[in-house]
Design a protein around this ligand. Sequence first.
Ligand SMILES: [Zn+2]
Length: 227
Amino acid sequence: MRVPWVPREGIEREAHKVISEYGKMVGRNVAPPIPVEHIIEGFLGLRLCFEDLEEKFGQKGILGVLILDEGRVVINTQLAESGPEGRYCFTCSHEVGHWILHRHLIKKAAKRSGDQSAIICRLSDARKSHEWQADYFAACLLMPRKHVFEAFKTVCGERPLVLENENSKLGGTWVAVDPCVSNWHYIAQLVCNAGGFDNVSKEAMAIRMLELGLIVNTTEAKIGWGV
Ligand SMILES: [Zn+2]
């Protein structure tokens, strides 16, 4: 599916709008952890279901499906039952992103092709623009800028954290975390803890902080997500 280019700010605005309208519905200010399951069912009026999508479609790496005709968000059972909570909630939020940003386009494409109006989300499609947009929406929904900045400030202070070393130069046992690339997961976990981001993975938080300029990696080393 082809989608028009949308600036990051536009996607973030849409995610913010969902949180603020959901807040009006429940009558309180919404803060992390963002209750994405209730946003899907209670706010958007969609049904959240679980199926073995890899068996159903005979393909590996299917995370979720949004079926517009049936108003259903279907999450792969393996992800929902045995995957980390962060990945499960991110996939749910990703489907919300498709609903908000792409539902009209999905319907249009289905009308043209005669197929069911649905979108299948595969890991292998992560670089396609509609998938990137839904991922970015999910990050903005689960990790609202204001709350990330507040949590970061509590942990690291006012200034961005500059990672100048790939590995720690400190010897011995330290209570504080040395801000180097190989310690990215400690830093992300501390910020998650400080901001109540209980349904967000460390990877997602680190990516969000890099994107918001709160962490600056000046080394040649890439952050390894395998930790
Ligand atoms: Zn998707």
